[in-house]
Design a protein around this ligand. Structure first.
Ligand SMILES: Cc1cc2nc3c(=O)[nH]c(=O)nc-3n(C[C@H](O)[C@H](O)[C@H](O)COP(=O)(O)OP(=O)(O)OC[C@H]3O[C@@H](n4cnc5c(N)ncnc54)[C@H](O)[C@@H]3O)c2cc1C
Length: 427
């Protein structure tokens, strides 16, 4: 079987690129070992939250300073216009979640630990938690739901540095028949989808909400019905309600994965999970076929282009072996950001700057992985997302922004030669 593009990886970068490519009429197959970080990370699009230790208010306006300080950063290969277009396009195409926000300014959204997190875009069910304007907040938790403690959120937020002061209080509710033990986010979301937990929640809250209070609930209002449940709660309670991102698994992240994969299938893309890209056959620096291993053997697919979106160490795009060697796992591509000696691979404390944090592949401005001389390793191989070197996403709060922007920009680079040859043919 032949494809215009084979996308390797079903995280945010791969899905974004695939969606853009299918939108422009390409025949696309996505192959992935499994789901990516969507199922763990909040569904917010965080373009740039921190420059060093300084919180960023205007992500687009801060990119030049970021690139000056980190010239190898993935954003150095994406123009400001491309970034803005990518993020706006993404918000419109993940319409089922009703994204709001822009690259012009960051919202400050509460996390489950009570930290204000800068995010450029957020599903509308979360955007009402924007802390920038100050005000009164009520955080609600569910007894038995692990790792979500409303009192911790409220206590930490009132002490957090915010542009305007807030007041916050906490309430813990016991969902009906929850005494069976610990509840996970997915279980509660399933109950919002299936039973009438909405009626129960409205009943518990309607006489307890004080004037002008905004209500923060864990982001578990349903996998299928999350957005509708959120709208119904706001309507029936007559106040702003918002979901607060939880620790993994991430229900809004799973909603996002479901929305993007449904859109891809509707456009005829083929999504194959549980398989592994293991290599390719190339001629004169051009990949002709990509090898994909499944449970019974390896199949070669003829391709026009390949988009590598295999993530970093957590998803298997990069590997550190027991001898201390770091490698890119599909093509053995050159890497940047890898410390030269064994001894400096890890800093002693978890939150210290970790030397391996910025490891990944270097690229040219078409997001093609390059060798030490800056030449593309393969003319038709592009890369996007956390496999790109030069960023420290967990510190910058830029991971999902890099995935969306580079996924979109890599798709545009793949489409450009096709567009050129069409216009040449027309001439
Ligand atoms: C718990 C958690 C919380 C986070 N919170 C935030 C946050 O608040 N803000 C933020 O900006 N970022 C956050 N991030 C980071 C962010 O999610 C990632 O930077 C980003 O989404 C990476 O997307 P990706 O598509 O590049 O890679 P991934 O999502 O890692 O996807 C990689 C894909 O490649 C596949 N794959 C790997 N190797 C192969 C192979 N050989 N063959 C086939 N498939 C392969 C994997 O199975 C997977 O489908 C968080 C991450 C985690 C884990």
């Amino acid at each position: 079987m032949s494809y215009d593009t084979v996308v390797v990886g079903a995280g945010l970068a791969g899905l974004t690129a695939a969606l853009r490519l299918t939108e422009r009429g390409q025949r696309v197959m996505i192959v992935a070992r499994g789901v990516g970080a969507t199922h763990l990370a909040p569904a917010t699009i965080d373009v740039l939250g921190y420059l060093g230790d300084t919180r960023v208010g205007a992500p687009a306006g801060s990119l030049a300073a970021l690139i000056a300080a980190s010239p190898d950063h993935p954003y150095a290969h994406i123009t400001a216009d491309q970034l803005a277009t990518a993020v706006t396009w993404f918000g419109a195409h993940a319409a089922a979640l009703g994204y709001s926000g822009s690259v012009g300014e960051n919202m400050l959204l509460p996390t489950a630990l009570g930290v204000p997190k800068p995010s450029a875009l957020a599903p509308r069910s979360m955007a009402g938690g924007d802390l920038r304007g100050g005000g009164r907040f009520l955080f609600v938790g569910f007894k038995g739901f692990k790792d979500f403690h409303p009192a911790l959120i409220a206590d930490n937020l009132v002490r957090a540095p915010l542009p305007l002061p807030i007041t916050a209080r906490a309430l813990e509710l016991e969902p009906p028949s929850s005494r069976l033990g610990d509840l996970s986010g997915r279980v509660i979301a399933g109950r919002f989808d299936a039973d009438n937990l909405t009626d129960w929640l409205v009943g518990e809250l309607e006489n307890r909400v004080e004037p002008d209070e905004r209500i923060g609930v864990p982001a578990v209002l349903g996998l299928r019905s999350g957005d509708q449940t959120w709208q119904e709660l706001e309507k029936r309670l007559g106040c702003t309600v918002f979901e607060v991102s939880t620790l993994p698994p991430s229900v809004p992240g799973i909603r996002l994965f479901n929305a993007l994969t449904a859109a891809l299938r509707a456009r005829g893309a083929r999504l194959v999970l549980g398989v592994r890209a293991v290599g390719a056959h190339a001629n004169n620096g051009h990949i002709d076929t990509i090898d994909v291993a499944n449970a019974t053997g390896t199949v070669s697919h003829a391709v026009g282009s390949v988009l590598l979106a295999t993530g970093g160490f957590p998803s298997g795009g990069l590997e550190l072996d027991s001898f201390g060697a770091t490698r890119e796992t599909v093509f053995d591509l050159p890497l940047i950001g890898v410390p030269e000696t064994d001894r400096v691979r890890f800093a002693p404390n978890y939150f210290d700057p970790q030397p391996l944090a910025s490891a990944g592949v270097p690229t040219d401005d078409l997001l093609r992985p390059v060798d030490a001389n800056g030449h593309p390793v393969y003319t038709n191989l592009h890369a996007a997302g956390a496999i790109l070197g030069g960023a420290i996403p967990w510190k910058e709060k830029s991971g999902t922004g890099i995935s969306v922007a580079s996924g979109y920009a890599a798709a545009e680079a793949i489409l450009a030669p096709a567009a050129q040859s069409v216009s040449e043919a027309v001439r």
